[in-house]
Design a protein around this ligand. Structure first.
Ligand SMILES: Cc1cc2nc3c(=O)[nH]c(=O)nc-3n(C[C@H](O)[C@H](O)[C@H](O)COP(=O)(O)OP(=O)(O)OC[C@H]3O[C@@H](n4cnc5c(N)ncnc54)[C@H](O)[C@@H]3O)c2cc1C
Length: 388
């Protein structure tokens, strides 16, 4: 079985790894540099605190891979677990927190509901008066996406996988479509050659709609610009403070190395599509000022003396219900995209689910049937409340 993966980000590489590990021949075609898409721009967050079971299970199934990555892949991904702290300002959000914690613990995640004063144990300068509830999970943490990409690349190559950078896929057709043959595979065009394979995995992140269109497949995945700022807090943010999300405003922060912190969030009402080949990759300073002020409104670490050091923008690949599409959308054409901001952390389990689809196996412990593309036509969409 020869599978060609379109996209050399963390998702495509995790798919290549799972497939090669099960004996498939793999070719990865990456238009630019490996990890040079959204994977190299992620905040590295890995959490179990989602509001749908499938997202929680994708995390729970991926975490053992992150835990043992150093041993298994020989690359240190700097995996740390300071936890995630979610904060609610409204009773409606607090009610959702109660439901979510029940579901998360039932799935096996060690989440806990806290009152705002208890949350101070993790974030001492939290401005508790404006919050009504919090949730915390010690299973949640962060890792370095660049190193994860590097680990996957080396492992896939060591298993004989063919990984090509600067190799855009420019055409996709079913074998037999434009000839008299009745083959069942796919013909993949790059500027240099045509490659005939048994199956294609589309893991092109924010470019997925364009890549799928090459095969005449329409997918509801839109590129959305998201920013991160690295700041020097003026308060004493503990090094082991959790990634803290003020869910009702979308603002978040977490400590970073060398006494810096990351602040983020998306505050614009309008969220226009952007051209993934021509978007502004730099951080807007007005946005960074607002993100810092919002972080300071949540916890007193980011006052007027806070320095904004640098930052960047990248793309989320967003579906209408903020869940990925993990599905064989045409015979031999499997999509793993639309992670809506969670693709780094879900990459290992996604690789297993995709390998199942390609090879007709049933190894992945997560039931991903809820992530079919057909849900957008049938109306059986999901709702993820914990979106940041
Ligand atoms: C600011 C920001 C913060 C984030 N924080 C987190 C986080 O904390 N935790 C988390 O889990 N996720 C986070 N994400 C989301 C995460 O980055 C993505 O979900 C994840 O990287 C998706 O990986 P991917 O491999 O699908 O996409 P990508 O890394 O974008 O890879 C897709 C690749 O496809 C390639 N490609 C496109 N067209 C073609 C073509 N025609 N032929 C060949 N290749 C092609 C692109 O060049 C690209 O490299 C964040 C994203 C951003 C922007």
């Amino acid at each position: 079985m020869h599978v060609l993966i379109v996209g050399g980000g963390v998702v495509g590489l995790a798919c290549a790894h799972a497939l090669a590990d099960r004996g498939a021949e793999v070719t990865v075609c990456e238009a630019g540099t490996l990890g040079g898409g959204s994977s190299g721009r992620a905040a590295g967050g890995i959490r179990t605190q989602f509001s749908t079971r499938v997202n929680v299970e994708l995390s729970l199934s991926s975490i053992p891979v992150w835990e043992s990555f150093d041993d298994e892949f020989g690359v240190d991904i700097d995996y740390r677990r300071p936890g995630y702290l979610f904060l609610a300002r409204t009773e409606e959000t607090a009610a959702a927190f109660r439901k979510n914690v029940e579901m998360q613990t039932d799935a096996g995640a060690p989440s806990r509901l806290l009152d705002p004063d208890e949350a101070r144990e993790y974030v001492p300068e939290l401005r508790t008066e404006q919050f009504v509830a919090a949730t915390y999970s010690p299973a949640d943490g962060i890792a370095d996406p660049h190193s994860a990409v590097q680990g996957y690349v080396e492992a896939v190559r060591s298993m004989g996988g063919d990984i090509r950078s600067n190799t855009p896929v420019t055409g996709l057709s079913r074998e037999g479509e434009d000839s008299d043959s009745d083959g069942e595979g796919w013909r993949v065009e790059t500027p240099d050659e045509t490659i005939e394979v048994d199956a294609v995995v589309c893991a092109a992140g924010a470019w997925t709609k364009r890549v799928a269109a090459l095969a005449d497949i329409d997918l509801p995945i839109a590129p959305r610009r998201r920013q991160i700022a690295v700041v020097e807090p003026d308060g004493d943010l503990p090094e082991d403070a959790p990634l803290t999300i003020d869910l009702d405003t979308g603002s978040y922060f977490r400590p970073e190395r060398d006494d810096t912190a990351i602040v983020g969030g998306h505050f614009a009402e309008e969220d226009p599509d952007v051209d993934p080949d021509r978007f502004d990759e730099s951080m807007d300073i007005e946005w960074a000022v607002e993100a810092t002020e919002r972080a300071n409104d949540c916890a007193a670490y980011f006052g007027p003396e806070t320095k904004i050091r640098n930052g960047w923008a990248g793309l989320y690949a967003v579906t209408p219900d903020h869940h990925a599409i993990l599905d064989e959308v045409a015979p031999g054409f499997v999509v793993a995209a639309g992670f809506s901001g969670h693709g780094f952390q879900h990459a290992p389990a996604t690789g297993e689910a995709v390998a199942d689809r390609c090879l007709g196996e049933n190894e992945c412990e997560v039931d991903v049937s809820a992530l079919s593309a057909a849900r957008f036509e049938s109306g059986e969409t999901l709702t993820e409340q914990n979106v940041a």
